[in-house]
Ligand binder design. Structure first.
Ligand SMILES: *Cc1c(COP(=O)(O)O)cnc(C)c1O
Length: 231
């Protein structure tokens, strides 16, 4: 087995163990293998080892890889999306994890309408107030959802967050708990066109804690593909 196959098997075992610790069904957790900067031949190994969802953070890079590999898995956008790339993003991706403004929502809706597609999206929440990160602040999420719910070609299916990095993954737990509470609050509004099904949270460093706190999608890069070249 390749390194990627072995690391993937380890990640899967850890996902299963974390789910079982809290009485959750491991099958209810989708592994998004974050393949940014990873060359296509390594992505192929991951797909051969059973990866069904790939995550990319740049539209252009994803387009090149989709051209090279095809639709061998679902492709999710996990990184920030500029409004001027909305059309291409609607064409390329099966899900967008980074919906973070009403302006972007309107653009996505417009292009999805033109393409006859309903675009599944997660609303990105900026939990740490870090200015370098995108996402809505927590108090902005419910008002945003009320506005975005009126857009007929968007299918809002949950929330996503990249909490501040903490050396000890236990320190990230409160952020995951807050995101889950926010999802419950949003679900209670029962907005048409909004399904609060997913919590996209947890990365290589902290995915087990995220699963214990209810993550339905974990976005894992380095634990599968190894360290990325530093930018
Ligand atoms: C890179 C990235 C990940 C994966 O990070 P790892 O620490 O390598 O697992 C997850 N989510 C987003 C939004 C990313 O940009």
């Amino acid at each position: 087995m390749s390194d990627i196959g072995e690391r993937l098997a380890q990640v899967r075992a850890r996902i299963t163990a974390a789910a079982r610790r809290v009485g959750r069904d491991p099958a209810a957790i989708t592994l998004v293998a974050v393949s940014k900067t990873v060359p296509p031949h390594h992505i192929k190994d991951a797909v051969a080892a059973g990866v069904a969802v790939l995550g990319e953070n740049r539209v252009q890079e994803a387009q090149d890889k989709i051209r090279a590999l095809g639709r061998v898995a679902q492709w999710h956008l996990v990184g920030h999306l500029q409004t001027n790339k909305a059309k291409l993003a609607v064409q390329l991706f099966d899900m967008i994890h980074s919906l973070d403004s009403i302006r972007l929502a309107r653009e996505l809706d417009r292009h999805a309408a033109a393409l006859g597609k309903r675009m599944p999206c997660l609303v990105e929440v900026n939990q740490g107030g870090e200015l370098t990160k995108s996402g809505l602040t927590e108090p902005d999420v419910l008002p945003f959802l009320e506005e975005a719910a009126a857009l007929p070609n968007l299918e809002i299916v949950g929330l996503m967050s990249v909490p501040p990095y903490c050396e000890n993954p236990e320190d990230v737990r409160p952020y995951f708990q807050i995101l889950r509470a926010l999802r419950s609050a949003a679900a209670a509004e029962a907005l048409p066109g909004v399904r609060m099904e997913h919590l996209s949270m947890g990365m290589s460093h902290d995915f087990e804690v995220a699963i214990e706190e209810g993550a339905t999608m974990v976005r894992i890069g380095t634990a599968i593909f190894g360290p990325r070249p530093s930018p």
